[in-house]
Design a protein around this ligand. Structure first.
Ligand SMILES: O=C(O)CCC(=O)C(=O)O
Ligand SMILES: [Fe+2]
Length: 174
């Protein structure tokens, strides 16, 4: 959480953003800590006939901080190429999720990512730095101007996140 706050503050300083970005995580932030465990053959277990163990997606947060015990995480390049995130001793991997792209009007780009085929057991831990439930993320003033109008409509993070979680639950309860 401290690292997330520091990343957010660094981003706000980089783009001369006023309080809106950092304030949105102050009162009762909905940070998320996740633990994923993939078994060998995970893809086959879930009748997956594609070459990845977690499908391509973007994260709904300002920052994601991840640790993996075995390589597997892949990030998509601008030209669509999948790049493997290497294991670096004593380092965490930080990726940029959707809300940061919206708040910065696209100056910071969100990373589409997935987990490639898992051949051995694999564990990953993700920390997602998320704002208060009531936060509506919209492009912030210093990132918009007459020449660069807002590219994104205001995005209600709380209700949209609740809907996303509900849709995941519905998928697994089928
Ligand atoms: O397991 C991984 O390395 C990635 C997990 C992930 O992208 C997520 O939980 O959002
Ligand atoms: Fe993710």
């Amino acid at each position: 959480m401290v690292l997330g706050d520091q990343l957010l503050a660094a981003c706000a300083q980089d783009l001369a953003l006023k309080g809106a970005l950092t304030d949105s995580c102050r009162a009762s932030p909905m940070h998320h800590l996740g633990l994923n465990s993939y078994r060998p053959g995970h893809g086959a277990d879930i009748a997956n006939n594609v070459d990845y163990a977690m499908s391509p997606h973007i994260d709904h947060a300002y920052f994601t901080v991840e640790l993996q015990d075995t390589p597997g995480l892949q990030v998509q390049d601008e030209d669509g190429t999948w790049l493997s995130v290497p294991l670096v001793p004593d380092a965490v991997f930080v990726s940029l999720p959707d809300y940061l792209q919206r708040a910065t009007n696209g100056v910071y780009r969100r990373a589409t990512h997935r987990v490639g085929t898992v051949r051995a057991g694999r564990i990953s831990i993700q920390y997602k730095h998320r704002p208060d439930y009531s936060t509506v993320v919209a492009p912030l003033a210093p990132c918009t101007s007459a020449d660069t109008p807002a590219r994104y409509a205001p995005f209600d993070t709380g209700t949209r996140y609740a809907a996303l979680l509900q849709s995941l639950l519905n998928r697994y309860n089928r």
